[in-house]
Design a protein around this ligand. Sequence first.
Ligand code: GLU
Length: 306
Amino acid sequence: MTENDPSLRYRGRFAPSPTGRLHFGSLVAALGSWLIARHHDGEWLVRVEDLDPPREVAGAARQQLATLASFGLVSDLPVVWQSARHDLYADALSRLLHDGHAFPCPCSRSDLVATGGIHRQCIAPGPGRSAAVRLRVPDGTRVVFEDALQGTFDQRVDLEVGDVVLRRADGFWAYQLAVVVDDADQGITHIVRGSDLLDSTPRQILLQRALGLTMPQYLHLPLILDADGNKLSKSMASLPVDDDAPLPALRAAWQALGQPAAVLEGLSNVASLLHAAHREFRPDRLPKVISLTFAAAHNNPVAGAV
Ligand code: GLU
């Protein structure tokens, strides 16, 4: 099977950024994307999104891969590292510039304070400053798409996001460009990821259209809220998962995905637990939102669908 085989039925992926150790929210995304891929007899790939050195932590990528391995979650093809793929992003950017979809922009963050960070036209004094490159989002641009779990999502990208940064003024590639280029290049057919990225998806769809790429299907996993209704990343649940104790975390992630605890009872190793999880997983049980309570003494999350 080649990378872009059109007969490919299902190829999913998990694409962590190496900004620290994997936390419970990332484990839910990893396990969720793996289970849904396996449920469709599909492939599951891992891609390291290491394009933002200022936010990265030395050694975190290797550590994340080791954590995934200790949870039995291993890429079906060699792991792709975005830091080795600059030429692909440069090609895409020059096509967008050439086709008039993208433009250099000298505006800094402070230039855009008055518009809440939303760029509609350049207001900075212009040449002389190092420039970012943005995707032009024409007035009236609205993207509506159907998420397999969250339902219809509708965004006025011009008003809510504005012109999208593709390459930052500091020269780094923006996530939005790299993710679209890589998902297409790797032949990803289904994107299953955390709901925090739901509102990035219309930007990615616009970029796919501008580059003439096929749109994958999207499923945004339940947003995980703590008992106070805070997003997971801001709560205790962002504590790292423990490589040496994969079973409790896998069971908790399984429950966070709305699946019944009982079917994994009595299983004492990762391989048998994943085997049973694959067999018993039902996508129609996935809830849209999850609330978590923590057994604080054990760093052991107990999830309940709401
Ligand atoms: N690298 C992104 C993150 O860790 C996820 C990208 C994606 O799944 O599209 O938040």
